[in-house]
Design a protein around this ligand. Sequence first.
Ligand code: HEM
Length: 134
Amino acid sequence: MYTEQSFLSSSEDPKCISGLGCWYSNLFQVYNVTKFLEDHPGGDDVLLSSTGKDATDDFEDVGHSESAREMMEQYYVGEIDPTTIPKKVKYTPPKQPHYNQDKTSEFIIKLLQFLVPLAILGLAVGIRIYTKSG
Ligand code: HEM
């Protein structure tokens, strides 16, 4: 099972309107390739390494066939303005509540850990002195 994986591609074809001329779109095309990962002839690892970023060069460098370009259409999600993509979001975990608020019991345990062996030692020495003198 794959989690949702998409990559971006900048428009290669200029958009043309007769009389107005052509211009290149500054928008990115988004492709969700989750369902294609297992079937991609180039393997899922190359696809995965191209997700979450502009994969135009990765895609073009391979020299994909016309049929590959046609296949792309079924994974097309829509266009996105790259300036609206948030920069890398740094994850800061939510502050955890501090459970052991009561430090008293911790202190008592530490004190007992120190006092109990001391008491046993004292008792042993006491018995020894008492039995010797007897
Ligand atoms: C939805 C997007 C994509 C589709 C539909 C697609 C489709 C295909 C197809 C049909 C092939 C077989 C060869 C061909 O017909 O050209 C192929 C090969 C390949 N693709 Fe993709 N591909 C996509 C995206 C990518 C991306 C982003 C990469 C990133 C590097 C990539 C890398 C490769 C590689 C390395 C091969 C193997 C080329 C070879 O062995 O000759 N593909 N792809």
